[in-house]
Design a binder for this molecule. Structure first.
Ligand code: GLA
Length: 386
């Protein structure tokens, strides 16, 4: 109910083309009506990122077909920051030099571009933070032409009140620039951020610590999102961290699980690999239109588990067209047969099943569907009542 009011208000503001004080329609809704999709430098390049590499990633996003598949943001993470000048204006360090020409370049490719900072004195990698320069930095980012800001807490502790104050301050500073800028909160899920992330202007908020490129880390984070589904919706998303697909630490079934789970979760799909060096398998995973459509479904519902039995988990995500996506996840170390009972996903009677990875209609089934699921793997199906 509350969201509906917000939505119509947002629409009104958009239509009228005016800004209400303390309410930025751009940030609240239109900036991220579906979970943001893009790429971020951290998981693969970390402190080695520089402007040339960012340009190459933008080139690859287009050349690989990822842009056509929906990836939009090219995000520069930590370690771009240089020093402040006498006026307090932040400058990039020698790896970046000219931010305006970088944003122009990325925009010329039909893409958008994101930047990173921290509300404290230092970023997580020890570079210059934004504390005391919120409005100035927001203006600088807008002048440079950035469209997205990941604002990373990077302090050993913090009360929810301190964090709310810091994030609201940046929300207001960004709103003042007049440029629509997606605000990505990163404070590792502390203080149940999902309960208040939206109220401080977050379009997405990290729900956990940093992901690592291995199955245990990915599975712990991904399956651990159960229960947070009620906090996500158009304009405001839970963020279980960026993708590791293609970075080499998981096998093909595990990466397929990673991408499927993030899509069922309506999680931001922010690739974290080197887009200039993708295997055909990595590219196929990242660009499967039918799976991306699950993530980007306009209903904006985050999926949730309906069966948890030993190593088996079945998650469902309702879609706008009335069908249900079900992920049959085998967390065990051996392939095994799993059965999806349609009753568990709220469907009575006969239903049709389509396998979204195999891209095939499997036909109509009276009340259940059984299939072998690889170790650490998934079968992702779309089920529609007949
Ligand atoms: C934190 C964040 C990461 C990344 C690094 C950069 O660890 O959680 O996603 O941004 O900082 O220093």
């Amino acid at each position: 109910m509350k969201r509906n009011i917000g939505t119509s208000l947002g629409l009104l503001v958009l239509l009228a083309g005016i800004a209400l004080p303390g309410f930025s329609a751009a940030q609240e809704k239109s900036a991220a009506p579906t979970p943001p999709m893009g790429w971020n430098s951290w998981n693969h390049f970390a402190e080695k990122i520089d402007a040339r590499t960012v340009r190459a990633q933008a080139d690859a996003m287009v050349a690989s077909g990822m842009r056509e598949a929906g990836y939009l943001y090219v995000n520069v993470d930590d370690t771009w920051e240089g020093k402040r000048d006498d006026q307090g204006i932040i400058h990039p360090n020698g790896k970046f030099r000219d931010m305006k020409s970088l944003t122009d370049y990325v925009h010329s490719k039909g893409l958008k571009i994101g930047l990173y900072s921290s509300p404290g004195p230092k970023t997580c990698a020890g570079f210059e933070g934004t504390l005391g320069h919120e409005e100035q930095d927001a203006q600088t980012y807008a002048q440079w032409g950035f469209d997205y800001l990941k604002y990373d807490w990077c302090q050993p502790t913090g009360t929810p009140e301190q964090m709310k104050a810091a994030y609201s301050k940046m929300r207001d500073a960004l709103a003042k620039t007049g440029r629509p800028i997606v605000l990505s909160l990163c404070q590792y899920g502390w203080g149940n951020v999902w309960e208040w992330g939206q109220s401080v202007g977050g379009n997405l908020w990290r729900t956990t610590g940093d992901i690592e490129d291995n199955y245990d880390s990915m599975a712990q984070i991904g399956f651990g999102q159960a229960g947070l589904e009620k906090y996500a919706g158009p304009g405001h998303w839970n963020d279980p961290d960026m993708l590791e697909v293609g970075n080499g630490g998981m096998n093909e079934d595990e990466y397929r699980t990673h991408f499927s789970l993030w899509s069922v979760l309506a999680a931001p799909l922010i690739a974290g690999n080197d887009l200039t060096k993708m295997t055909p398998y990595t590219l196929e995973l990242l660009t499967n239109r039918e799976v991306i459509a699950v993530d980007q479904d306009p209903l904006g519902r985050q999926g949730y588990p309906v069966v948890q039995e030993g190593p088996f988990e079945i998650w469902m995500k309702p879609l706008a067209d009335g069908s249900i996506v079900a992920g049959l996840f085998n967390r065990g170390k051996a392939a095994d047969k799993m059965t999806l009972y349609f009753a568990h996903i709220g469907l009575a009677g006969e239903a049709t099943v389509r396998d979204l990875w195999v891209k095939r209609d499997l036909g109509s089934f009276p009340d259940k569907y059984s299939v072998y699921v690889p170790a650490h793997g998934v079968v992702l199906v779309k089920v529609k009542a007949k």
